[in-house]
Ligand binder design. Structure first.
Ligand SMILES: CCCCCCCCC/C=C/C(=O)SCCNC(=O)CCNC(=O)[C@H](O)C(C)(C)COP(=O)(O)OP(=O)(O)OC[C@H]1O[C@@H](n2cnc3c(N)ncnc32)[C@H](O)[C@@H]1OP(=O)(O)O
Length: 333
């Protein structure tokens, strides 16, 4: 059903004038991800897939300018590409990267979260959760080749991957910076970070909304490797080869034992709809004080967000409910 909804959104999106300029002819022939010629690239306007069938690997490039933010259309196309690759027995792994070096992803598309109808928020939030679950639970090995800045949802996406290679450029920061926007990271964002870097580091990182530059990201373990910018792809491919040498390397949550620990049996059984049930309101009223308002939105974001901040924040409280509270110095479990 999700696919049907996705196709509807995709069709709608393709008829928009601004989407046309971006369209990739499906089945375009181009250089293979592995360097050979004549392999057919496929994908959609916002997601380019460069398959290397001989290696069993596909490079998935996000190309949703200007900042690879997670619009509904983009999420839909990304999930369709993932599903296609999962259903094709040729592929055992994907390398997730940006087609726009400098920006891996700016995370959730803030314009999707203001000035829309409640149904839209539900549809959008479901799509975000589905992105998280589908990448996290994919039976493909997923390596993130992080070739740009990766805040908030961009960081979350990379945390769903089995391994993260980050380009060594001081501008390419990564982290869950939601508190800096005056919002609270949903508990499953937080859990992903806790699983990756440990409790205390995650607690501090989320409270302060830290964006780690490469050396720091490596030190705390948000990423697994930092390499010169021109070696991100080749390193990701070497790492992939290591993974694919293991006969059963990502068989799914049931057999892992380790990792995939965020998902409770309940969440697995009912996700994603169970996750969008309104949660109890926090006992603290979390007032919109001046300091939080002035931090929102960050430089360069649409002005409408300033006006919509109260609505946005009340939505956050209703749909997300809790997580790291900037004041209470706790992480909910
Ligand atoms: C319903 C559920 C409720 C519940 C919702 C609960 C959500 C909780 C979890 C939230 C998760 C998130 O991911 S929230 C998203 C957090 N993301 C961020 O904080 C990233 C903010 N962006 C940046 O820091 C920067 O833009 C950055 C990515 C570094 C690129 O910097 P640059 O200088 O290269 O480019 P900029 O000039 O800033 O931006 C270029 C253009 O892209 C736009 N832009 C930038 N980030 C954008 C974004 N996330 N969404 C939309 N548009 C964005 C800018 O407005 C500009 O638009 P024009 O002016 O028109 O050109």
């Amino acid at each position: 059903m999700a696919l049907a909804v996705g196709m509807r959104v995709l069709t709608r999106a393709l008829h928009r004038p601004w989407a046309r300029g971006l369209r990739v002819a499906p089945g375009r022939t181009g250089p293979a991800a592995g360097g050979g010629d004549g392999v057919r690239c496929f994908g959609s306007p916002r997601v380019l897939v460069e398959p290397d069938p001989a290696a069993g690997v596909a490079v998935v490039k996000m190309r949703n300018p200007p900042v690879n933010s997670f619009s509904l259309e983009f999420l839909t196309e990304l999930l369709i590409s993932l599903e296609k690759l999962e259903n094709d027995k040729t592929f055992r792994g994907i390398i997730l990267t940006s087609d726009h070096p400098g920006i891996f992803s700016a995370g959730l598309d803030l314009t999707e979260m203001c000035g829309r109808k409640p149904e839209h928020y539900m549809e959008y939030w479901k799509a975000v959760q589905e992105m998280w679950l589908r990448f996290y639970l994919s039976n493909l090995v997923v390596i993130a080749a992080i070739n740009g800045v990766s805040p908030a949802g961009g960081c979350l996406l990379s945390l769903t991957c089995d391994y993260r290679v980050l380009a060594n450029n001081p501008k390419y920061t990564i982290g869950l910076n939601e508190t800096r926007l005056g919002i609270v990271a949903p508990f499953w964002f937080k859990d992903m970070m806790v699983n990756t870097v440990g409790y205390r580091t995650a607690e501090r990182a989320l409270q302060l909304g830290l964006l780690f530059p490469p050396a720091e990201a490596l030190r705390v373990g948000v990423v697994d490797q930092v390499v010169p910018e021109d070696q991100v792809q080749s390193t990701a491919r070497s790492v992939m080869a290591q993974w694919l040498a293991i006969p059963v390397c990502r068989p799914g949550v049931q057999n892992q034992g380790l990792g995939r620990a965020v998902l409770s049996p309940e969440a697995l059984g009912e996700a994603p709809s169970c996750l969008i049930q309104p949660l109890a309101a926090p006992d603290d009223p979390w007032p919109l004080d001046a300091s939080r308002q002035s931090a929102f939105p960050p430089r360069g974001l649409p002005a409408c967000l300033c006006l919509q901040a109260p609505l946005f924040l009340s939505l956050v409280r209703t749909l997300v409910g809790f997580g790291v509270h900037p004041k209470s110095k706790r992480i909910s479990s």
